[in-house]
Design a protein around this ligand. Structure first.
Ligand code: PA5
Length: 419
């Protein structure tokens, strides 16, 4: 597998030999801990097991169910928050057209408490064929639970057989949703108990809405499987290297990692990545704060800080090497009032690439450690590989800094306070 590369050419010289030796030692220990299932949270390693032993029958069931729903549904309302929505949003945004996708539209709900959003969504759904996928491991999380109540009332008001339109994705047996599933006979998918929310995109949590939204989930899933195999047998060390450098910068006192991209459709990948790293590492007073930046947009806002602010940020560019399949050229202007005729005839992606190289150089010269994760293309297979690249990396980097990668006591604290 060479669809993902981690380019360290601009950072390898920033680490003194002694620190590197200690880092490599720590990485080896973290790998042993992960593979031998001997570390903190080791009963939450199901996200690896599902790739080591793929469940084809489940994939087939998801694809068949989704095809049936796609034939009937204008809209799938996908209700969930945190790990129960960020992954599917990330993959949909990365792989579907920006505008006017054919087929069932997936709309997210239950990921905030915006009453206006909900009211306007219900108005938008009027007259449409609507199905609902409610996703909650606990079945009691505030935001999705109240949204689902509202959505159920709406379904009951609008359709004679509302329960035929509901898919519930939840724990195998625990939680409030299971009681309702039994009562109403909803189609049920299971969140494996040993997979935490932020690691669940390759379970039915992500795969069901993705398949209904039109994503080739088999390619996505098997992309991740191929990454899993390559990292396990050591033929590809890119994920491990990323974990190593994050750890080394953490130890040098860097506080923030900016994951910067130049492709708008990758921005939700950044949202998923933020949760994965913040919830996994940010505990016991440790961890690097993850923030996703969309360039060139954010060069006109936080770009100033990156260039000249506190030197506590390292930057990882997430770039796609293959030229986009759809692009446009800048036209020539006879008046040339803004003096930009030097761009005439150039494609926007060519200019975007130049902006990337210029930004990388400027930030490097400004004293920011810069590396890049390069995706060969933006296909389902490569995005699947990238998901596992980050999942493995965060497990390793969290073990390296000495925290449990798989719990989230801070999130539980918010849930408790708001109940
Ligand atoms: O990663 C996590 O554990 C959280 O982000 C949860 O996914 C989120 O809080 C939603 O929880 P639940 O699926 O129980 O509704």
């Amino acid at each position: 597998m060479a669809n993902i590369k981690y380019d360290i050419s601009d950072i390898s010289s920033l680490i003194p030999e002694g620190e590197m030796a200690l880092g490599k030692d720590s990485l080896e220990k973290a790998k042993d801990t992960l593979v031998s299932k001997s570390g903190a949270g080791s009963d939450f390693l199901g996200w690896r097991d599902i790739l080591g032993d793929p469940n084809d029958a489940l994939l087939t069931d998801i694809i068949q169910t989704s095809e049936t729903i796609r034939e009937k549904a204008d809209v799938l309302v996908c209700i969930g928050i945190g790990g129960s929505y960020l992954g599917s949003k990330a993959v949909l945004d990365a792989l579907l057209p920006n505008f006017g996708n054919n087929g069932t539209e997936v709309i997210f709900l239950g990921h905030h408490l915006g009453g206006t959003y909900i009211k306007q969504l219900l108005a938008y759904l009027e007259g449409k064929e609507v199905y609902v996928n409610v996703i909650s491991k606990s079945g009691t999380t505030l935001e999705p639970s109240v949204s689902f109540r509202i959505m159920m009332d709406w379904l009951k008001f609008n359709y004679p057989n509302p329960h035929e339109r509901v898919i519930a994705t939840t724990d195998p047996s625990k939680g409030a949703l299971n009681l309702l599933i039994d009562d109403h006979g909803w189609k049920k998918y299971v969140i494996p108990p040993d997979v935490g929310g932020r690691f669940s995109v390759l379970t039915p949590v992500g795969l069901v809405p993705l398949a209904i939204g039109g994503i080739d989930v088999r390619s996505l899933f098997y992309g991740a499987v191929s990454a899993f195999e390559d990292y396990e047998n050591g033929s590809d060390e890119s994920s491990d290297k990323y974990a190593l450098y994050r750890y080394l910068f953490h130890e040098q006192g860097y506080k923030i990692e900016a994951l910067a991209h130049f492709e708008p459709s990758l921005h939700s990948i950044g949202g998923w990545w933020q949760q994965l790293f913040a919830e996994s590492e940010g505990k016991d007073g440790k961890g690097v704060f993850p923030v996703c930046l969309q360039y060139t947009t954010d060069l006109h806002s936080v770009g100033q800080y990156l260039q000249e602010g506190q030197r506590t940020i390292f930057e990882t560019f997430l770039v796609v090497n293959q030229a986009p399949s759809e692009d446009v050229e800048v036209p020539h202007s006879a008046q040339n009032l803004e003096g930009l005729n030097y761009t005439a005839g150039r494609s926007i992606s060519y200019i975007n690439d130049k902006a990337y190289l210029a930004t990388r150089l400027a930030h490097k010269e400004g004293g920011v450690p810069v590396a890049s994760i390069e995706l060969a293309n933006q296909s389902a297979e490569t995005i699947g590989q990238m998901i596992y690249f980050f999942e493995r990396a965060v497990a390793l980097s969290a073990y390296m800094i000495g925290v449990n990668p798989f719990d989230q006591p801070g999130v539980e604290a918010y849930k408790k306070e708001s109940s």
